[in-house]
Design a protein around this ligand. Structure first.
Ligand code: SF4
Ligand code: SF4
Length: 384
């Protein structure tokens, strides 16, 4: 995995520099204590429910280019790299978290994932959440709530536990705390000269949620940000939107910042999107509160997905973005089509716009850099 520091964004000596090893240590220790590991593959899956079941929620999304070729033995080449990489890990038995998982909770989001899960479920224990996709439909909400109750029953059955309202409230509180801290870290990028690069910020999270030491590290980083006046970042302010850039697949963020951009906001599932809303800690029915939060996630599989556009306009203003870069993984039809709306939104708000369609291979890096540099130069000129 390549790392990039813009300006004087020195290595922070953060605990997150060895994130995978930390998570492995945590997972082995949890398993030794009899805690089950539950794999998740999407931000629609409520980690709160898994924590309340005594489980450890771990993200299994693949960011490795190497796993794509093996996956293509079963999957068409045209499927998005995130799906292929995740499946490649499964096929080659090379993801220790997947090997340790007692259950995988998957979801009906895009077609590629849905059909890949069928193949993965041939030899992995799996529960599928059925995500209704009409964002503004009352029946869809009711159905989603029923799916949340079904997930609760499934976890209780498969993990031989009982999920109480009290356990759910404790888990909600923990995840709200994690979201708040990560949101506060992201909000440091609103400053005229932020304390770190977008690439650095992207590393400040774990694939396992709810680890005490991670929460403490977020607090330490926030305190450090207040003091880090010698390490401020500069560059043309870019808002990155579109598909997630999971661990190992951060190449485009590197390219933007190497070209003189500063990614001040990442409106995607590895950025601020899942952090925008918390869950009510006082709700009479915690399952209903969980369902409400997750149904608001503005993924392109939703129709219409106006909530994403509303957030994009708001984030561009709050983070004072000069331009929007939209990343679409090859084969991701929903984000690809939705880019029509995003381009028009950027134009309406007087923002520069660039759409990048790529995969995990670095073969087009030079070509992408030229396009990114051209956008950044145009925006620089405009600012002058
Ligand atoms: S982009 Fe959509 S499908 Fe992908 S993780 Fe986010 S919510 Fe899930
Ligand atoms: S990037 Fe697009 S195609 Fe790939 S898993 Fe996410 S929604 Fe599906």
């Amino acid at each position: 995995m390549t790392q990039c520091c813009t300006q004087n964004d020195k290595p922070s000596g953060s605990r997150f520099d060895r994130m995978i090893q930390n998570c492995l240590d945590y997972a082995f220790a949890a398993k030794a204590q009899g805690r089950p590991l539950v794999g998740i593959l999407c931000e629609y899956t409520p980690r709160e429910m898994i924590l309340a079941a005594g489980g450890v929620p771990v993200c299994l999304c693949g960011g490795s280019l190497e796993k794509i070729a093996p996956a293509e033995q079963h999957l068409p080449a045209g499927v998005c790299p995130l799906i292929k990489s995740t499946y490649g890990y499964h096929l080659t038995d090379s993801n220790p978290f997947l090997a340790m998982a007692d259950l995988i909770v998957a979801e009906t989001t895009c077609d590629g994932k849905k059909k890949m899960y069928e193949l993965m479920a041939q030899r992995r224990p799996m529960h599928i959440l059925e995500l209704p996709q009409k964002a503004n439909d009352a029946n869809a909400r009711t159905h989603w709530l029923a799916e949340m109750r079904k997930l609760k029953a499934e976890l209780e059955d498969r993990l031989s536990c009982r999920i109480t309202d009290e356990a759910l409230r404790i888990a909600i509180k923990r995840m709200n705390r994690e979201r708040t801290l990560r949101r506060q870290l992201a909000e440091q990028m609103k400053q005229a000269a932020p304390p770190w690069s977008g690439r650095r910020l992207l590393d400040y999270k774990s694939i396992i949620s709810g680890i005490d030491e991670d929460l403490q590290e977020y607090e330490r980083l926030l305190a450090m940000a207040a003091e880090r006046r010698d390490a401020t970042q500069a560059g043309v302010r870019m808002l990155l939107t579109g598909v997630p850039t999971v661990h190992g697949a951060e190449r485009v963020v590197d390219l933007i910042e190497q070209a003189g951009g500063l990614v001040v906001c990442m409106e995607n599932c590895t950025g601020i999107k899942p952090l925008l809303e918390d869950i009510s800690e006082q709700a009479a029915d915690p399952v209903e509160a969980i369902a409400e939060k997750y149904f608001h996630l503005s993924c392109s599989v939703m129709t219409p997905n106006t909530r994403r556009l509303e957030w994009l306009a708001r984030l561009a203003e709050e983070y004072r973005a000069d331009g929007v870069i939209e990343l679409v993984w090859q084969g991701c039809l929903t984000y690809d089509v939705e880019s029509y709306h995003v381009r028009h939104l950027a134009e309406r708000h007087g923002l520069g716009y660039l759409k990048i369609v790529t995969d995990y291979s670095p073969s087009d890096s030079a070509r992408l850099s030229v396009r990114i540099e051209a956008l950044i130069e145009t925006l620089r000129e405009r600012k002058r």
